[in-house]
Design a protein around this ligand. Structure first.
Ligand code: MRU
Length: 360
């Protein structure tokens, strides 16, 4: 994890501190709730602080949650050694980290990956967690290049207009991320015309985080409200949709930020390729299909308020699933750091610029 400049550089946006890492004997993480207006680093020195940061989305995005699970295990083992916790107290604290957000497979996977090392003590877990974090970051680069190869291969010349949802870039994946890493890799090849970014209600990861990242990379983008996506896709100006995933079931159904399912339906209706980019750690063969994926329900206040300002009558009730589940049949291709799986119904080619550019 290091800062580097330029869209082709190695890391997250230039001049910003690491998205997540380890300093002293604590986890350090960029506070993603303060972006885009403030770049602030949190020092998370206790399991309580880490769990609060994860639940409050200061630390978020599937691969970053994997790192949080691994580094959080190191944190718990350090505190266990300092305070003389029993083995069962330590196990309880690890479960709290694992369960802080139930949908993202990577969070629990990060804790589980550290289990074989825990008996070797805090410094050993810390070293293992740091190297796990580096592997997550490196996987993003491979996802980005493989996804870019696939899309570039579908469209051998010209530039692509891409549509994305939520935030799946450096902020979610430490360096390159997943879906937004694909966009960034295509951009470095000069193959991106424009990116349409869903604002991603209720917590606006699209407008706050994805637009911020695209600004740093110098990518031309337009922010749209979530409800505009089907119209824009039907209008014909988008060449492919690229999204991330929080958990992919054995049959290929996957959970991602609420709004992804609607986007997939609209893409199918419009005949636009719908590509999912995720690390292998997000694939959960233990979950047979989408119906078995646990979906996190969040506070009603996130819907009734925007940036802490009420936007509904006092007492209005809301429903706030953080994720939805998209059936595999709507996915054209799944890209991981190891493989590309193209659906039998996947597109053979896309022709860029099929319609007039969006009015701007
Ligand atoms: O609630 P969030 O912001 O953690 O949700 C994030 C997403 O849904 C991302 O699309 C997903 O984690 C993939 S990140 C590379």
């Amino acid at each position: 994890m290091s800062g580097a400049a330029g869209a082709g550089g190695a890391a997250h946006p230039p001049g910003t501190p690491p998205v997540i890492g380890w300093r002293g004997d604590a986890v350090v993480a960029l506070d993603q709730t303060r972006l885009p207006h403030e770049v602030t680093t949190l020092t998370l020195a206790t399991v309580d602080e880490l769990v609060d940061a994860i639940r409050g989305l200061a630390v978020r995005g599937a691969p970053v949650l994997g790192a949080a699970g691994a580094l959080g295990t190191a944190l718990a083992v350090h505190r266990a050694e300092q305070h003389g916790w029993t083995a069962s107290r330590l196990a309880g604290q690890l479960d709290r980290i694992r369960e802080a957000r139930p949908t993202a497979a990577d969070l629990a996977a990060g804790v589980t990956a550290m289990e074989p090392v825990v008996h070797r003590g805090a410094r050993a877990v810390e070293a293992a967690a740091r190297s796990y974090t580096e592997r997550i970051a490196a996987a993003g680069r491979r996802i980005a290049e493989r996804g870019a190869d696939y899309l570039a291969g579908l469209c051998r010349s010209g530039t692509l207009s891409l549509h994305t949802h939520c935030n799946t870039g450096a902020l979610a994946g430490i360096e390159w991320g997943t879906a937004l890493g694909v966009v960034r890799a295509l951009h470095t090849r000069g193959r991106v015309r424009q990116v349409i970014v869903d604002e991603t209600r209720p917590l606006l990861q699209g407008s706050r985080l994805t637009c911020w990242e695209l600004e740093q990379w110098g990518v031309d983008y337009r922010l749209v409200c979530d409800g505009a996506a089907p119209y824009l896709l039907a209008r014909g100006g988008v060449d492919a949709v690229v999204v991330g995933a929080d958990r992919v079931a054995a049959n290929g159904d996957f959970a991602n930020k609420i709004g992804t399912f609607g986007l997939a339906l609209a893409a199918r209706h419009a005949g636009v390729p719908f590509v999912v980019a995720a690390p292998e750690s997000t694939l959960d063969p233990g979950v047979p299909d989408g119906a078995a994926i646990p979906v996190e329900q969040r506070s009603e206040r996130e819907v009734t308020h925007v940036a802490d300002v009420s936007v509904a009558p006092a007492g209005a009730r809301a429903i706030n699933p953080a994720f939805d589940v998209t059936p595999a049949e709507l996915v054209s291709a799944l890209v991981t750091e190891r493989r590309l799986i193209v659906a039998p119904s996947g597109p053979a080619a896309v022709v860029p610029g099929r319609a007039d550019p969006h009015p701007v």
